[in-house]
Design a protein around this ligand. Sequence first.
Ligand code: V47
Length: 381
Amino acid sequence: MIFSVDPRLKPIRDKVESGERLSLDDGLLMYDPDIPVNDLGQLANLVRERKNGNATYYNINSHLNATNVCVYRCVFCAFRSDLRSDKSYAMDDAKIIARGQEATDNGCTELHVVGGLHHQRKYAWYRDMIALLHENFPKLHLKAWTAVEINWFEFLEKRPTAEILQELKEAGMGSMPGGGAEIFHPEVRDQICEHKADGNNWIHIHRTAHQLGIKTNCTMLYGHVEKPFHRIDHLIRLRDLQDETGGFQTFIPLAFHPENTGLDHIKKPTATEDLRTIAISRLMLDNIDHVKAYWIMLGIGTAQAALAYGADDLDGTVRQELIYHDAGATTPEFLSVERLEDLIREAGRDPVERDTIYRKVIRDENEFTNWEVGEEIAVAH
Ligand code: V47
């Protein structure tokens, strides 16, 4: 399908149409503010529809942030707390079980488990939390611990990555979320979170997870101190690892929310910037099946529009989310399945409920909380 684009985009359009990989320079050109975002949207939509047709995926999920106490002080984070602050908390087993029960009662297929790196909690607390949830709620998929947490566990335990990941997998960790990636390039990482796992550590941990058969997601935090070059460099590092392992399921671009953070003088990205980044991500990451428009951080309107700019997934119903809401997100606390499906249909797409590892979910028509997983979702490459 040939459609007209800005003359400078023609070589990129030709590459996209023939399935040829885009270069660093192509990525930089697409970030030129004079390149119309709608042209990028059309190109990204071509890739989106080639891979996923008209489907838009979502899941029914909840978050569990068992503690906000964190040894690190990432300048962009509004969620963390000092140990002795009034805001600090750490859940006990009863509370953790209650959250698993609440998720199950709400028909969730996934619990997204992440949190702070608590000064006084040992690795066993984090591992046993997974075992406790898995033993009590074996059907609930535990998408747990970012690479930053895994790196912290390695530091506490003085044990290699593979050993820690294997142990967590045996405890019931089903997959890993994509958080903690921020921006890999040290020029940026040193300004926003110099103390935590660096870009190479993050990549090493995800590579090891993939080698152990653990699927993971990947993210990029944009709209703070980084430049277009750092974003494209970040995307290419993810693409390179995906060439090697094929273990990433979905990419989630995360727009920076400045409120209550050390960077509160920075303005939140506009909807146009969000859509440009979603489209460029879809076009650069030719080997990752899904691009998620995380409605919690984009806002419902932009997330819905993103379904025409390369995104094919909206994340989920999302209960108990704190990281974005602490940073000023004004999106609702959760969306019902009916509302999510209506948003997707209104955008001209077909809603498909998936589980965390992209299998179709089949629900009992009379008993919503009774569900089974069906076949794996096929994606064209
Ligand atoms: O790593 C923290 C980001 C991430 C702020 O894998 C912020 O399915 C914006 O990774 N403004 C955690 N962003 C969230 C995350 C995620 C979310 C949804 C789905 C998945 C998945 C993963 O949130 C952090 C950091 O990059 N973050 N603070 C902030 N003020």
